[in-house]
Ligand binder design. Structure first.
Ligand code: HAM
Length: 420
């Protein structure tokens, strides 16, 4: 037998309604914020992620699914959504559209990580990206979209942590201080952090190794090194979050695992899903479009991990709307009435309702049992006498009530029920 690759998951027919529900809530939130869907390829040129996500990040260094295609090009399955959207924004001249350009996506993403609860090699993200506005109210609006999404799903127990990692100038001043602080501990740090020391010391604050974590505990904090403009921006983001009634904490340790961020960064975290506690991460990235060859375009966005969301909903007993069965099941007794059942099922579907009939040669009793199992709302039984009289009975399965129906009224009956 061939098994599923490690770190991937099937979504089975009995569970797919949960995904459809989460995605429908995501799309409704996107619509309410006037975000339009953008679809970019599942794979991109590897260089996009090296330059976009950053070559000092774990994602680019250790986790990418990279391969040579038959034309000897280096191709990578996208490890996240932002870089592809940025590439598309530049390539398609979207900066000429009315600003801001507000986009969202629901995508698979791929990272070669050690699988555990909430951490997969293929996972899914609902993300939004807003391009063209440098204004702090945009950061707050993006954050509020994530908050509303979680709220609409009925998720209550998540905390929003925010931070500012400033602009290039703030970071140059901060990096000097951080290096001075870390230098005496350099020998005690892990190899990856030692290599990050020169290139990008901020990354060291994101290390998961206990010994590095202990060293960085008392490190200087970037919020204390913000220039006046960045400090003002951060203050305004908080004021606007207040306007939207969104609760948050400032967490000076958030630096995020991707290199493109500037100023605001944020995470929604939960205590109910184990070690992989970040359900949603995002922030501002004003330099990415220029980094990728476009004109200066400020941007802000986030992505929610859908598997983590599902895990959180299941672990905390947040319900899903029930998976609905068909509106009606037509049971047939013999060859003629089976044909009638088949043709009524077709007519009912054509009228916009869902219908089922037997395909397994079951007895009428077994058909009834099956209809009950698949949660059919009504069952119509057809036999010789029904075919003769041109009328039948529809039994409502929830309470056993029975409705007399002429054959010609069948599609209308179910259509009306649906409209109620
Ligand atoms: P990220 O923090 O790398 O940010 O990922 C966002 C979310 O994707 C995480 O909070 C988590 O829920 C989920 N996630 C990440 N890796 C895995 C994994 N291996 N298995 C399951 N879920 C995972 C980004 O991807 C940025 N592009 C977000 C962004 C958009 N920033 C600005 N715009």
């Amino acid at each position: 037998m061939i098994n599923i690759p490690k770190g991937t998951k099937d979504v089975l027919p009995q569970d797919s309604y949960k995904w459809q529900y989460i995605e429908s809530v995501a799309r409704k939130v996107a619509k309410d914020y006037n975000l339009k869907e953008i679809r970019t390829p599942v794979f991109e040129h590897t260089e996009l992620f090296q330059r976009g996500v950053g070559d000092t990040t774990d994602i680019v260094n250790k986790e990418m699914y990279t391969f040579k295609d038959k034309g000897d090009r280096s191709i990578t399955l996208k490890p996240e959504g932002t870089a592809g959207v940025a590439r598309s924004f530049i390539e398609n001249g979207l900066s000429n559209s009315p600003l801001p350009v507000k986009m969202y996506y629901v995508i698979p993403a791929f990272r070669y990580e050690r699988p555990q609860a909430g951490r997969l090699r293929e996972f899914h993200q609902f993300g939004i990206e807003v391009y063209g506005s440098a204004s702090p109210d945009t950061d707050a609006e993006v954050i509020s979209a994530a908050a509303l999404f979680l709220d609409r799903l009925g998720i209550k127990n998540v905390r929003l942590n925010i931070n500012s990692i400033g602009c290039k100038e703030c970071r140059t001043r901060y990096n000097a201080q951080l290096r001075a602080y870390l230098l005496p501990h350099l020998d005690e740090m892990c190899e990856t952090c030692r290599s990050r020391f020169d290139k990008n010391p901020l990354r060291i604050l994101d290390c998961k190794e206990e010994k590095c974590k202990a060293i960085t505990l008392d490190a200087p904090r970037i919020v204390d090194f913000l220039c006046d403009e960045c400090a003002e921006h951060f203050k305004k983001v908080q004021e606007y979050l207040g306007c939207a009634g969104i609760e948050y904490s400032v967490d000076p340790n958030i630096v995020r695992g991707l290199d493109y961020y500037t100023r605001t960064v944020f995470e929604f975290v939960s205590g109910d899903i184990g070690a992989q506690s970040t359900v949603c991460g995002g922030g501002r990235y004003d330099g990415l479009i220029e980094e990728l060859g476009g004109n200066y375009t400020p941007a802000v966005g986030f992505a929610v991990g859908l598997e983590r969301l599902l895990l959180l909903m299941e672990n905390t007993g947040v319900g899903f709307p029930e998976d609905e069965g068909p509106d009606v099941f037509f049971a047939g007794m013999d060859d003629d009435s089976r044909k009638a059942a088949f043709s009524f099922a077709q007519k009912v579907r054509e009228s916009g309702c869902s219908a089922e009939c037997d395909h397994m040669g079951r007895s009428v009793k077994a058909q009834f049992k099956y209809a009950d199992k698949i949660h059919a709302k009504y069952v119509v039984t057809l036999g010789g006498s029904e075919l003769e009289s041109g009328a039948c009975r529809a039994k409502r399965m929830s309470d056993g009530s029975v409705y007399e129906l002429k054959f010609e009224d069948i599609p209308e009956f179910f259509k009306k029920l649906k409209e109620q």
